[in-house]
Design a protein around this ligand. Structure first.
Ligand code: SF4
Ligand code: SF4
Length: 467
C-alpha cells in the first residue's frame, strides 16, 4: 500500500531558514515524518471488497502473514502549533526526539556551501512496489506480485553511498508495503551505518510482535500508518481488503507496545471528509504520536478517484478545522499535500490578532507547504527520481546516474527551487514562500508544474506581504 509517502512538505522555507538558530536548522520534525509515511500513494474511496486476486482474501491470520514477512531481530516529539497545547506537551516520537538533524550534517553543509543548493532532508524511497493490499488511492497502484526492475540490494546500497556524500537525510522506506521486502533490515542497518535515518511507512497489517521487536532493535523511531476511516466497514472497502482495518489497528497496538512511535496518515476525500474528527479521536485512543491529514493527489490508482477529490472550499474547511483542532489536541498535526495550510494558518492567526512565530507556532512557522525538489524527493522501486511520488515526471534514474548529480543538475528541481518562476496567481501571491501550491496537482491538471495550483480559492492581494 504505497500510502501517503510520495510527498514531502517538511522543510523550513529558504527565507525563513535564515532565522533559524544553527542548532535548529537541520532538525527533523514530524512534518518530515509525514512525508516519511509517504511511501504509499494516497488513500481514498469506495473500493469493491476483495482486493487483488493474488492477495490473501483475509487478513485475519497475522501469524501466517508474519511467516511470509521478513524475520530477524527482536524489538513522539514536540513540534509546535497554534497557541493551545504547548509544543512540549504535544506528542512526538520522531527523529527529532532522538536528536537527529536531517540535512544538518557536515556533508550537507559543505554541499550547500559548494552549490548554493539545499541538501535533501527527506527522501521517500519505494523499496518495493509489492503490496499485500490493493488500496483505491494508491499512488503506486501496487499489487501483490513481484515487480520487474526493482532496485537490488547492491543498487540500493550504492545509491545510499552516493546520497550520504551530500546529506544525512531521513529515508522513508515505503512501497508498496516495505515489509514485503525480505532485505529491509539490511537496508535499514546500511542506511544507519552511513549516517542517514531510515523510518518506515507501512500499512501495519504485517506487524507482528517479532516484526515490531525488529523495528525496535533496529532503532526505527517511528512508523507512519494510513487509517482513512474510523470503522472497519468503510476502511476495508476503501483498502480493498476484508479484515484490513482490524489488522492495521492491531499492528499499531503491537508497534506501540514495543515503543515505536506511530503516526497516522488520513487521506481526505469526499468519502471521509466528515470523519476527520472521528479518525483523530481513534488516533487519540490508540495513543498515537502524530496525526497527518493528506489531501488526495489523484495520480496512480488514485486517478480513478478524481471525482472524490474535495472541492476547493471543502479543502479550506478541513484545513481550517486542523488549525482549530490543533489548539486542543495533544497530537502533532501536519496537513500534507496541502500547501495552502501555511497560508491559512497565517490568515486565521491574523484574524485572532496573532503572528505565526516560531515561539508560538513552533515548526509550522518554519516550514513550507510544498517541499518537492527543495529538500524532499522520491525514489521509485526501479530507481527513478521524482520531486515527490505524486509528481508524475522522472528526472533521472539511479541505475544510470548518481543521485547527487540528479539532485544538483535537474532542470526541474532547479526550477522548483526558484519561486520567482511560479506562474499565475501563485506567482504573484504573497504566500508563495510559505505555500507554493502543489506542483504535482498543477502538473496533473495543466501539464505545467509551475502553473497556478488548481485547488486554491485564494486570490492574491496586489502589494500585500505575507504575515
Ligand atoms: S495562490 Fe498559490 S501560493 Fe498563493 S495561497 Fe494559493 S496555492 Fe498558495
Ligand atoms: S507537489 Fe504536491 S504532493 Fe508533491 S510534495 Fe508538493 S504539495 Fe506534496
Amino acid at each position: 500500500m504505497a500510502d501517503n509517502v510520495g510527498n514531502a512538505d517538511a522543510r523550513p522555507d529558504l527565507e525563513f531558514e535564515e532565522e533559524f538558530a544553527p542548532d535548529e536548522a537541520g532538525t527533523i520534525d514530524e512534518q518530515e515524518m509525514a512525508e516519511a509515511g509517504a511511501g504509499c500513494g494516497q488513500a481514498a474511496v469506495g473500493m469493491p471488497l476483495g482486493g487483488h486476486p493474488d492477495a490473501p482474501s483475509s487478513l485475519s491470520s497475522r501469524t501466517d502473514r508474519a511467516a511470509e514477512a521478513p524475520s530477524g531481530h527482536p524489538g513522539g516529539h514536540p513540534g509546535g502549533h497554534p497557541a493551545g497545547i504547548p509544543m512540549d506537551r504535544q506528542r512526538h516520537g520522531g527523529a527529532r526526539s532522538v536528536g537527529f538533524r536531517p540535512g544538518g550534517g557536515p556533508e550537507a553543509l559543505a554541499y550547500q556551501e559548494r552549490t548554493g543548493i539545499k541538501a535533501p532532508r527527506i527522501i521517500a524511497w519505494e523499496i518495493t512496489r509489492s503490496c499485500n493490499l490493493s488500496c483505491a488511492h494508491c499512488r503506486a497502484a501496487a499489487e501483490f506480485g513481484h515487480y520487474h526492475g526493482e532496485l537490488s540490494l547492491d543498487q540500493i546500497k550504492s545509491t545510499i553511498d552516493d546520497i550520504v556524500t551530500i546529506s544525512n537525510p531521513i529515508i522513508i522506506l515505503t512501497g508498496g508495503e516495505p515489509l514485503m521486502r525480505p532485505d529491509i533490515w539490511e537496508i535499514v542497518d546500511y542506511a544507519q551505518a552511513k549516517g542517514a535515518m531510515p523510518v518506515i511507512g507501512t500499512n501495519a497489517t504485517l506487524i507482528t510482535d517479532e516484526i515490531a521487536a525488529k523495528m525496535a532493535d533496529h532503532k526505527i523511531p517511528r512508523i507512519s500508518v494510513s487509517v482513512d476511516f474510523p470503522t472497519a466497514e468503510d476502511h476495508d472497502a476503501f483498502r480493498g481488503q476484508v479484515g484490513c482495518f482490524d489488522a492495521t489497528i492491531e499492528g499499531i497496538r503491537i508497534a506501540k507496545r514495543h515503543g515505536i512511535g506511530v503516526q497516522i496518515n488520513m487521506t481526505v476525500t469526499t468519502l471521509n471528509a466528515d470523519k476527520v474528527e472521528a479518525v483523530h479521536d481513534l488516533a487519540l485512543e490508540l495513543g498515537i504520536d502524530a496525526f497527518h491529514i493528506f489531501m488526495l493527489v489523484p495520480t496512480g490508482r488514485g486517478e480513478d478517484l478524481l471525482d472524490k477529490e474535495l472541492p476547493p472550499l471543502e479543502y479550506e474547511r478541513v484545513l481550517a478545522w486542523a488549525y482549530e483542532r490543533q489548539k486542543t489536541s495533544p497530537l502533532h498535526f501536519k496537513p500534507t499535500d496541502a500547501p495552502h495550510y501555511y497560508r491559512i494558518i497565517r490568515q486565521l492567526a491574523k484574524a485572532e490578532g496573532k503572528k505565526v512565530t516560531r515561539e508560538e507556532y513552533g515548526l509550522d512557522a518554519m516550514t513550507r507547504g510544498c517541499l518537492g525538489g527543495i529538500t524532499f524527493c522520491f525514489i521509485s522501486h526501479t530507481g527513478d527520481i521524482q520531486p515527490c511520488g505524486y509528481f508524475d515526471m522522472q528526472l533521472g534514474n539511479v541505475k544510470q546516474q548518481r543521485f547527487s548529480d540528479i539532485w544538483t543538475e535537474s532542470k526541474v528541481f532547479n526550477e522548483l527551487r526558484d519561486y520567482s518562476l511560479l506562474k499565475g496567481k501563485c506567482g504573484r501571491c504573497e504566500y508563495k514562500a510559505v505555500c507554493g501550491g502543489c506542483r504535482a496537482r498543477a502538473l496533473s491538471v495543466t501539464g505545467d508544474y509551475l502553473a497556478a495550483e488548481p485547488y486554491c480559492v485564494y486570490e492574491p492581494t496586489p502589494g500585500a506581504v505575507c504575515d
